[in-house]
Structure formats: C-alpha cells, structure tokens
Design a protein around this ligand. Structure first.
Ligand code: UT7
Length: 334
C-alpha cells in the first residue's frame, strides 16, 4: 500500500519514551552464551541493551512513555478517543495491552486495540491513526510502539540473544494547521514469515511449540537490506522528492550494518541518519520512537524538518512514513 495523505493535516504533537532500568552489556552476555563483545560490535554495532525485570510487562514500560507523550502534547488522557498499541509482546493475548492501558491512563472514550506487524508495527499504527484522524472518525490518538522481546527469547541462542532489547515509545497524534504526515508506504511478505517467527504462540499446533523467537539471521538480513532501500525510494518517488530533500532519516534500529547499507544505497548522509542501536539493541516496535527521542534531544528534530521513517521486521513486514515535523519533542525519554 502506498499513498500520499491528502486533506486534513495530522501530526505528532507529543512524544514519550521509556526503557527498563537494567542494562545488559555485551560482556555480561558473553558469560551466558558463547559470544564476545568484539563479535557483537563488529556484526551488529550493539554495545548494550535494556532488559525488563521479571515482574515488568509491556504495559509497565509503555505507561510512563504514554504519560510523557500526553504531558508534552498538553492534553488530558480522557480526551484521547483512539489508542493503538503496536507490539508482539503484549502482557497477554487478551485483554489487549491497549485496553489495559486505556483503563489505567483514564481513557473511557477510547477505541483501544493492539496491532501486530513485528518491528514495523509503529509505522503501521501511525498510518492507521492518521487515517482515522484525517477522516474525522477519531479526534485525538495515542499510538504506542513497544516490545519486551527479552521475555520470548531463547536465552541459550546466541544468534538472537545479542540482538534484542526492551523499550517503548508513544506519540500523541492530532489534526494540526499545517505540516505533519505526507505519505505512507506499507507492505508484507508472509512467504518469508518463517525467517523470523514465534512458533507455538497461537492457535497453530507445532511439534515443538517452545514459544521462543526463531530467526534465520542471514535471510532477514538480505530482506532488510532490500526493503529498507525499496520502501524509502518508493515513498520519496510517490511524493516527487529526492533523498537530498530529507533532513532526518530514522531507520529501524536492528543492526548498524543494515543501516549503513541503506545509507549507502539511498545516498543519504550519515550525519542525517539517526543511530542509537549501540545503546538499546533492537527494541522492535519501540525502535523508531526511541530513535526519534534521541534525535530530538540532539536538536536534530526541529519543527519544519522533513523526516523519513523506515521500519522492517517480522511478518515479514516493512513500512515508511514521511513527516514534516511540527512540534518540539525534546525531553521525550523518561
Ligand atoms: O527487526 C528484524 C530483526 N532481525 C534482524 O534484523 C536480523 C538480521 N540479521 C543480522 O543482523 C545478522 O544476520 C546477524 C547479526 C544475526 C548475524 O550476523 P552475520 O554476519 O549474518 O553472521 P552469520 O549468521 O553469517 O554467522 C557467522 C558466524 C557463524 O559461525 P560459523 O558458522 O561461521 O562458524 C555463527 O554461528 O558467527 C556465528 N555467530 C556468533 N558468534 C559469536 C552467530 N551469532 C554469534 C554470536 N557470537 N552472538
């Protein structure tokens, strides 16, 4: 799916992010599995990641992010009438994380549901919220992207364990005077789904339903390097824009080698590219909002800037969004 937004402008008016306190370094990981700091940094760029406590679930990490986003946008929780949570690690299959959060935050009038699109979930969710706001169906949206992948990893599998971390971000989305979202491009390829999957987590019976993430890293790497480029090129083409028009490029934070490949192929400068994978690893749906928070704090995400977001992940899925930034979002991380 690809299209320009037309009609009512919608933008991000508040941003909040939160990560668990516990830092897990590469050195610590090398005491758990056969790996080392040098391999992890060279192959992924990751130095450390945050890991949720035993009693911490997705909504515990998402809640402070939501509160901060609402504060930044200066809106009451009760005025939110749409809450979408993009995640593959809700507290449980049902009730949804969104329904739980809407109750805890005090949003009695909100439609609330979870959305599953792997690490691309946040981009899918902002596209949905955009449509509902622009059409007038919803008046004010809160969109969360967050995951606690540490809970579904095989802690003996070095090929996945070193990559992922926990974290969440939330954005308030509202109709604005001008600027905001210009276009979205979203896609999925279920044929490649078994390259990154969680067998035994749903209604399909498997012989060995061990409910831990399984990944064919090389295949996901090939997929990622392809779609990070094709999705970005498609959305720019749709908007008659060139890569040089982009002020800030926010790619999914999975592996610095994937980011470097996209940077080179797209011809975007590294200086315009937001990279924070070294301190959080791949936080799945949390990755893009956490990168936005870092960019804002570095004063790179000012109103007027043209921002390109591109994600990819389980499904397999991919997605891009183009947004003319409208609001000051510094101080998002709490
Ligand atoms: O949101 C999407 C989520 N997933 C991704 O983005 C993953 C995309 N894929 C990747 O990022 C990379 O494929 C990995 C980082 C997972 C792996 O890097 P690679 O350069 O593709 O390594 P490889 O799978 O080709 O493995 C090379 C070697 C293998 O050993 P042999 O067979 O050459 O002896 C692996 O067993 O590295 C070994 N290896 C490790 N060694 C030390 C795999 N994981 C580790 C590890 N520490 N953690």
């Amino acid at each position: 799916m690809i299209g320009r937004t037309n009609g009512t402008p919608v933008s991000i008016t508040g941003l909040g992010c939160h990560v668990p306190e516990r830092v897990l370094t590469n050195a610590e990981l090398s005491t758990l599995v056969d790996t080392d700091d040098e391999w992890i940094i060279e192959r992924t760029g990751i130095r450390e990641r945050r890991i949720a406590a035993e009693d911490e679930a997705l909504t515990d990490i998402a809640r402070p992010a939501c509160v901060r986003a609402l504060e930044m946008a200066r809106v009451d929780a009760a005025s939110v009438d749409l809450l979408i949570v993009a995640t593959v690690t809700p507290d449980m299959a049902f009730p949804s994380a969104a329904a739980l959060l809407a109750d805890e935050l005090g949003m009695p009038d909100a439609a609330a549901y979870d959305l599953s699109a792997g690490c691309t979930g946040f981009v899918y969710a902002i596209a949905q919220a955009h449509s509902m706001l622009a059409s007038g169906l919803a008046k004010r949206a809160l969109v969360v992207g967050g995951d606690v992948l540490s809970k579904i990893l095989d802690w003996e599998d070095r090929s996945t364990l070193v990559l992922f971390g926990d974290g969440a971000g939330a954005v308030v989305m509202e109709v604005v005077e001008e600027g905001g979202f210009l276009a979205f491009e979203l896609g999925a390829d279920g044929g490649g789904g078994a390259n990154l999957w969680l067998p035994g987590s749903g209604s399909r019976k498997f012989e060995d339903p061990d409910k831990v993430v399984k990944m064919n890293g090389r295949e996901v790497f090939k997929f990622a390097t392809r779609v990070m480029v094709s999705s970005a090129e498609a959305i720019l083409g749709e908007c008659d824009l060139e890569i040089d028009d982009i002020d800030v490029y926010v790619p999914h934070q999975a592996n610095v080698r994937i980011i470097d490949h996209a940077v080179k192929r797209l011809g975007v400068s590294r200086a315009k590219t937001v990279v924070n994978v070294e301190k959080y690893g791949n936080t799945s749906s949390g990755s893009i909002p956490l990168a936005l928070a870092d960019a804002a704090d570095d004063h790179r995400l000012e109103p007027g800037k043209l921002v390109l977001l591109t994600g990819m992940g389980a499904g397999l899925t991919w997605g891009s969004a183009l947004i003319r930034w409208t609001h000051d979002t510094t101080g998002a991380l709490v």
